[in-house]
Design a protein around this ligand. Sequence first.
Ligand code: ADP
Length: 423
Amino acid sequence: MSLTKDAVRAALKTVLIPSGEDVVSSGGFQWTAICDTFVSVKLHVPGIAIGGLGAIARSACSAITRAAGDAGGSIDSVIVEFVDDHGSVIHTVRQGGATSASAPASAAAPATIPASNPAPASPSTAGAPGHRPIGGLADSVPASKASAPTPQAAARPLAGVRHIIAVGAGKGGVGKSTIAVNLAIGLARQGHMVGLMDGDIYGPSLPTLLGLAGLDPVIYEGKLQPFVSHGIKSMTIGKLVDAEKPLIWRGPMAHGAFKQLAEQTSWGELDYLIIDLPPGTGDVPLTMAQLLQLSGAVVVCTPQKVAQDDAVRATRMFQQLGITVLGVVENMSHFVCEHGTEYDIFGRGGAEMMAQRLGVPFLGAVPITPALRQNSDRGDPAANFAPGTPLHDALRTLVQSLESQVALASMRQGRARPTLTIS
Ligand code: ADP
């Protein structure tokens, strides 16, 4: 297909909004990504109720599909995302793709889907003991199985904790723990009570990232007391075992260790408990999904194709476990040199495009920043939030996007209602 970004922009000039202007001239066209036969666009059209956005999305889908035809190709899926003033996704409409037949856009009515979560499917391991690896992760699942209960269905909330959020990644080394720590600190800086649990029981990194070296674990009335530093509570297996010994856990032991950290830590009242998962699609996510009722999961990915492939698997895994994917974070997105020149070392935008293709929100991008690595090695994550730095701005965007997606997910899951404030 030879559809170009310019052709998409030109197509959107035929899409009118209620003011009478077209969506491009009104300044509402923000972004487009074209990947093979998948096209995504991001629009900002303030002042229009959600109900009115559907019509705009329908004409956008039709216009883009026509443009693809004019360019001599065809497309399988168009995703139209509407964002608010802060760039957070408020509504997503998808036409085509996995959820509908590849009929021409002009004939097919777009399907309105939740911004964050295609229907979860049941893993082949549903109901199996917690130590079995998750297998058979497929892009789609037969309709007959789609309504089978997921491991999340039987999970329970953790007393006193409002939102549990897992941070996962398809592969190691992409910055999953770094992002988990900074999300936790960022949420705390927004005034929330936050806990951070090192669910990466095979390779715990919180002792280093939070600078816990001088602290000893304390047990009081039979419960582990979380460490308190940088404004958050934390617990890690790395402070309970010899840090230099390899942690070789069989499935049931890993299950037990995770359960113990989650349930036998005296977390107290928390707005958010962030769980840093091990990389990949192994035993621990299944244990977690069976045990804890989550608000959702965040997938961390670097932009390269190989990282995206693994992140797609991680996203599918969460969905098959019945966990809402709150969004994708693109870490090591690009590098800004000391003179301000930006280098797209790994192919900036790759993870965002992947998120668009999967129909899950994109939470934001974090650049490769030597200070981030240094602060992490020093165990001083609060230093990443020095105001006025690009790193601070990137992390704040991530945190704000996450807060919005958690609120949306909670409403969809029936755990929260929208509130109307009259002043
Ligand atoms: P993972 O948990 O995915 O294995 P880590 O969070 O441990 O990865 O990060 C791996 C290494 O990369 C660490 O040294 C960390 O400080 C560094 N790192 C992560 N993200 C960035 C970034 N955006 N800029 C610079 N260094 C980073």
